[in-house]
Design a binder for this molecule. Structure first.
Ligand code: ADP
Ligand code: MG
Ligand code: MG
Length: 883
């Protein structure tokens, strides 16, 4: 079997498409080599070997060693070195690489092959002793940490102690002799911790590193990550072994990372950072503040450190050309890692770069306009749920706030909150319902929970590619990083900037788009939904088939929905209208009345209010369909709950508290979700449906007069399980329509349809469609009743179900396509057989979930309806589903 695939400028055995076999990093290394780019030669051990390894009790196939030996020899031939020859050592990096980039896997080991004798050769041939020992100490630390399980802090402690003793502050202060002494201590530490000397034999080092990569596939961190991200365990990881190139060989060497476009804004300008005389992760680790790659970026950042463009113009121009070639080739924004060894550029990695939603939109639209992508491709490029980020507030430009400090614009959006200096404090405040800004010198993976809890993140150190910046962008949270003029005193709980000292709990505002920090709360505005956002939405609207409506009942929600492009209201829940202000009093009066007359008297008070509500809604949605659901929840939900409330209602209504309590007790239900609710209320109290229908038609007449365009209400009956219930209630609505027409002289066109939210209704859809003009699938209740899981009680066990793979996802988030979905498909088929032009939609949370929207397209529904803020997401998802 072929396990090993070589790549070099001469020949690459793999290609970019072979991610399954070679992993993401490996496939792209082969592709870059194939394109003729300067990639250090190396080879990839395939993911199939990982599969073999675990299928065979963690052993290797007998033909692996010779393939690895041959590939190593080939790398040696190309570089002119010999692996294991202390007089002419070949040094290697060993890098893991799964199909999808996966934190939790083994970290890269650099400088492998060094030992006590080859380091002398390296010092001699490079003419730089300091460099040789610097490389060796890095190797001992990395290898011991990731392969031998000796924690890094052991080495950091030794180094700090050594520096203190010598009065050094920077690592670069150490000379060759210093490193030699530190290395002696490092090796002693390893021997103490492992009981064995640090491995000197390069071959042992190599196999140790390879084994560590494959073993890391099953470590706890990797398993958790895979579970959270739905990555199957049988994918396996690949191992990349590659000749070392050195960014730490003095002032003409460097290492860096870059994006072909700005990953925060999407601006079409090369964006990146580098460090002179550095290796590996130094840039990301925030050890020194990195330098900009281009002059433009340097000036924009106001940095006094020279750019790559200035100090290495030739390398810079070659690099720019390379990045452009890569972007054209992959037709996407690239995130690249590179190293310069004594003036020669080497490419070490490329991949499609992570980006903010704002950048994703701009890049997709720009690339379509540049002719690199088709409009359809551009639509497919943007993750619909990422649009959420764009609905973030921004600082009101009229506010003109005075910043107390400026850092890097690491992740867009603005946020205000109390200052907290630790992740735990952010979490505690968030649990107490308070908003915070997490302020740290820098962040690390231990701070993730606090970053989740905070509204925004502010750091005083680190660049655009620092931990804080990368994580915040992923979370869609505002972040300002590297605001270096701020001094944090963790012990005192204060931060000082621009002459102002603020303490924990004081309010600050950050603007992640401008990189600014302000004291106090600054007024904010909703984002403009124009520009690239508007363009992509227009393109999406051109290709989608399904309409997108909103679940809305208040004027504010309806207006928001319309501004986000809603094409009508798919669900107006009338019960919410009864909770407002003193309406609840009339509502309670109605519920507590013991006779029809009593109920009618109370309903008469509610009628004008409902009429006004509907008129307003129809006016806002003028020209668009509005679906109104008649009263749905169990009546007892409207009753006073606390003793004080009871007392208040009793006084206001002149009804004794005892009587009130007795009626409330009567209305008590053991399982209200399956109780006296929905159409059952209209069956028992037809006058409620009558009042609501009158209010709808009168409201339609009012709005029609005001706007001049007729309104066509769609009235929807909830929780039916058969045609008979529908046929009992529909005449009430018809009668109300006729009465209103007679009274006002205006005939309002209307439709009467039903929710399909019980399995029996789905099964009897053929019959129901004889009477109902439309179906709206109430997927929340349909999920509850199909799975027999109460959404309100699911929290205690649903997590377990998804963890144990009993359900692929939370069925209240993404439609259970094989169960609930099957019922929907049956109802669609049977409904259409009876009434071919029946209108079909989905309301409920699923209407805003991209995966569920794809299902709705598949089921050939006419529209989805979702909450106002998810409308743009639904528009894009519906377009993607149609493509
Ligand atoms: P990660 O997946 O964490 O990014 P990489 O395998 O890309 O890990 O390695 C991290 C860094 O190590 C690279 O960005 C690069 O700076 C350095 N590196 C890896 N391989 C080599 C090499 N052959 N020569 C020089 N530096 C390397
Ligand atoms: Mg990398
Ligand atoms: Mg329902």
């Amino acid at each position: 079997t072929k396990w090993v695939y070589s790549f070099s400028a001469e020949r690459a055995e793999g290609r970019g498409e072979m991610k399954n076999l070679l992993g993401g990093k490996g496939a792209n290394l082969h592709e870059m080599a194939h394109l003729g780019l300067p990639v250090p030669p190396g080879f990839t051990i395939s993911t199939e070997l990982c599969t073999y390894f675990y299928a065979n009790g963690k052993t290797y196939p007998s033909d692996l060693a010779e393939q690895v030996d041959a590939a190593v020899a080939e790398v040696g031939r190309q570089t002119g070195h010999v692996f294991g020859d202390p007089g002419n050592p070949l040094l290697l990096s060993v890098r893991s690489g799964a199909r999808a980039s996966m934190p939790g896997m083994m970290d890269t080991v650099l400088n492998l092959g060094l030992n006590d004798t080859s380091v002398l050769t390296l010092a001699k041939t490079s003419g730089d002793e300091r460099f040789a020992y610097d490389s060796y100490r890095r190797f001992i630390q990395m290898y011991s940490n990731v392969v031998l399980d000796v924690d890094s802090h052991n080495f950091e402690d030794i180094l700090e102690h050594y520096k203190d003793g010598k009065g050094y502050s920077l690592d670069t202060d150490l000379k060759a002799d210093d490193w030699r002494k530190v290395i002696v201590e490092y090796k002693a530490k390893v021997e103490e911790a492992t009981g064995k000397p640090f491995p000197q034999e390069p071959k042992d080092q190599l196999w140790g590193a390879i084994g560590a990569v494959f073993s890391s596939w099953m470590n706890a961190r990797a398993i958790t990550y895979r579970r959270l991200n739905n990555i199957p365990a049988d994918w396996g990881t690949a191992v990349n072994v590659q000749a070392m190139v050195f960014g730490n060989m003095g002032e003409t060497s460097a290492t860096g990372v870059a994006f072909t476009r700005n990953p925060s804004t999407g601006e079409n300008a090369l964006y990146g950072e580098f460090l002179v005389n550095a290796q590996g992760e130094d840039v990301v680790a925030g050890i020194r503040t990195p330098q900009n790659i281009t002059e433009v970026a340097r000036k924009a950042a106001g940095s006094d450190k020279p750019s790559l463009e200035t100090i290495m113009p030739e390398v810079f121009h070659q690099f720019v050309a390379t990045t452009q070639l890569l972007e054209k080739h992959y037709k996407d924004l690239q995130d690249m890692e590179f190293t310069v060894e004594r003036g020669k550029l080497w490419m070490l990695q490329t991949r499609n770069g992570k980006r903010t939603a704002k950048a994703a939109l701009k890049v997709a639209v720009d690339m379509a306009n540049e002719g690199v992508l088709s409009r359809e491709d551009a639509i497919m490029r943007v993750e619909p749920s990422a649009l959420n980020q764009l609905l973030h507030p921004m600082l009101d430009p009229k506010a003109k706030p005075a910043p107390i400090a400026t850092g890097l614009p690491a992740s867009p959006g603005a946020a205000s909150g109390e200052i907290v200096f630790s992740a735990d404090d952010a979490e505690a405040a968030s649990k107490a319902g308070r908003k915070t800004i997490l302020v740290r010198v820098e962040t690390s993976p231990e701070d993730i929970h606090g970053m989740h809890a905070a509204e925004g993140i502010l750091t005083t150190r680190g660049g655009m590619t620092s931990h804080a910046a990368v994580v915040a962008r992923g979370m869609g949270k505002p972040c300002v990083s590297g605001a270096g003029t701020i001094r944090i005193d963790y012990a005192k709980g204060t931060m000082t900037a621009g002459g102002v000292t603020l303490k924990k709990g004081d309010i600050i505002t950050i603007d992640g788009a401008a990189g600014q920090v302000m004291a106090g709360a600054v007024p904010m505005i909703k984002p403009e939904l124009t520009g690239e956002f508007g363009t992509l939405m227009t393109w999406a609207d051109e290709v989608r088939r399904m309409k997108v409506r909103a679940n809305a009942e208040t004027p504010t929600d309806a207006r928001t929905a319309r501004s986000f492009g809603a094409e009508g209201i798919g669900l107006c829940r009338t019960e919410h209208m009864f909770f407002e202000g003193d309406r609840i009093v009339a509502m309670r009066e109605m519920i507590l009345a013991e006779t029809e007359e009593g109920r009618r008297a109370a309903l008469a008070k509610l009628l004008p209010m409902q009429r006004q509500d509907f008129a307003e809604l129809f006016e806002i949605m003028s020209g668009l369909p509005v679906t109104i659901r008649l009263l749905d929840p169990p009546l007892h939900e409207f009753l006073p709950k606390t003793a004080a409330e009871m007392e208040e209602v009793s006084k206001g209504m002149g009804v004794p508290v005892d009587k009130l309590r007795a009626r409330a007790a009567e209305l008590h239900e053991f399982n209200p979700m399956l109780g006296f609710r929905g159409i059952r209320l209209a069956v028992a109290y037809p006058e409620i449906a009558e009042m609501q229908a009158r209010a709808i038609f009168l409201g339609a007449v009012d709005a029609g007069k005001k706007t001049g365009s007729p309104v066509t209400p769609e009235i929807m009956l909830p929780v039916i399980f058969g045609k008979q219930e529908f046929d009992l209630v529909k005449p009430i609505i018809v009668a109300a329509a006729e009465a209103v027409a007679k009274e006002t002289g205006v005939t309002v066109p209307y439709h009467v349809g039903t929710m399909i939210e019980l399995p029996r209704a789905a099964l009897r859809a053929g019959e129901i469609a004889e009477s109902a003009e439309f179906f709206s699938f109430g997927t929340n209740d349909l999920t509850q009743t199909t799975l027999g899981i109460s959404r309100d009680d699911a929290g205690s066990f649903l997590g377990l179900y998804t963890a144990k793979n009993l359900l692929p996802t939370d069925p209240f988030v993404s439609i259970d396509t094989v169960g609930v979905g099957e019922l929907i498909k049956i109802a669609v088929e049977r409904g259409k057989a009876t009434r071919p032009d029946i209108k079909l939609g989905v309301c409920g949370e699923h209407g805003g979930d991209p995966a569920s929207i794809a299902f709705c397209e598949d089921a050939r529904l006419d529209y989805v309806s979702c909450s106002p803020f998810r409308i743009p997401i639904a528009r894009l998802a519906a377009a993607q589903a149609a493509l």
